[in-house]
Design a protein around this ligand. Structure first.
Ligand code: URA
Length: 265
């Protein structure tokens, strides 16, 4: 099991290699990092952070940046070191030049099998929601905060579980880099894990939805995960998600018909 220090060094190394120069840390983290620095000065043998040979070239197209990130993600050390995520990496799908980016939790059984996010039952519902907005999957960019299906041991079968805070933290640099590459006009967090990852939010979706947040300068709306709607067919839940999507459409300057305005009323 890797130490917290090894995980932190891996994550920070990858951020630096990806061109990031600043990270936000709270006072507690700053204190811990400072102590590690002092310790490292005392014991000069550096920890093996195993940086890769290449760093992200600055003059890349968005497609090239995503191809680079996809390759990095497949052998993403901070995730691999945890030993609690499954092997197969599921990256993202959709339009690299999309104005709308949707971020879910983690691949499930079907996503892992097909190697594409949101293709199982929740994904099919997401495709229908996008259709109601007048969009196709190929119009938007769909990704997850966690790129690997969380493991539940040998007899996992088709069962899935949400990623732990450690698993979210390990994968976070990847989705953050995707956001910088895509530069969408708006992000939708699908479910609480996504909001926890992108916004550091501790509240549930019920408390977060209905407001605008920001991630790396991009407006973010939080809404229910489609799988929640599959479990809870109450009209109020469907209406709530649809209201969130109407707010997103408005933010993007998309036309909203009277019929769309009145769905689930
Ligand atoms: N749920 C998610 O959050 N992401 C997927 O890709 C599939 C289901």
């Amino acid at each position: 099991m890797p130490t917290l220090k090894q995980l932190a060094v891996e994550s920070l190394t990858h951020l630096v290699e990806g061109g990031q120069e600043r990270v936000a840390v709270d006072d507690e983290a700053r204190g811990i990092l400072r102590q590690w620095m002092l310790d490292a000065r005392k014991a000069p043998a550096p920890m093996s952070a195993q940086p890769s040979q290449q760093s992200e070239p600055q003059e890349m197209s968005v497609e090239e940046k995503l191809a680079y990130l996809r390759e990095r993600a497949a052998s993403w050390k901070p995730a691999k070191l945890l030993g609690t995520l499954r092997e197969t990496m599921v990256f993202a799908v959709g339009n690299p030049r999309a104005r709308l980016m949707l971020v879910g939790e983690a691949p499930g059984y079907e996503e892992e099998r097909q190697g594409e996010p949101f293709v199982g039952p929740a994904g099919q519902l997401l495709t229908r929601i996008l259709g109601a907005m007048g969009l196709q999957r190929s119009d938007v960019y769909i990704s997850n905060v966690c790129k690997f299906r969380p493991s539940m041991g040998e007899n996992q079968g088709t069962a899935n579980r949400p990623p732990s805070p450690e698993e979210l933290a390990a994968c976070l640099p990847l989705i953050m880099a995707e956001i910088r590459a895509i530069q969408p006009a708006c992000i939708v967090c699908l479910g609480g894990s996504s909001a926890k990852g992108l916004l550091g939010a501790q509240q549930g979706v019920g408390a977060l939805r209905g407001h605008w947040f920001e991630c790396q300068g991009v407006p973010v709306r939080v809404t229910y995960h489609p799988s929640y709607l599959l479990r809870n067919e109450a009209l109020s839940a469907r209406r709530a998600l649809w209201e969130d999507m109407l707010a997103v459409m408005q933010q993007l300057g998309m036309p909203i018909s009277e019929k769309q305005q009145n769905y689930f009323r």
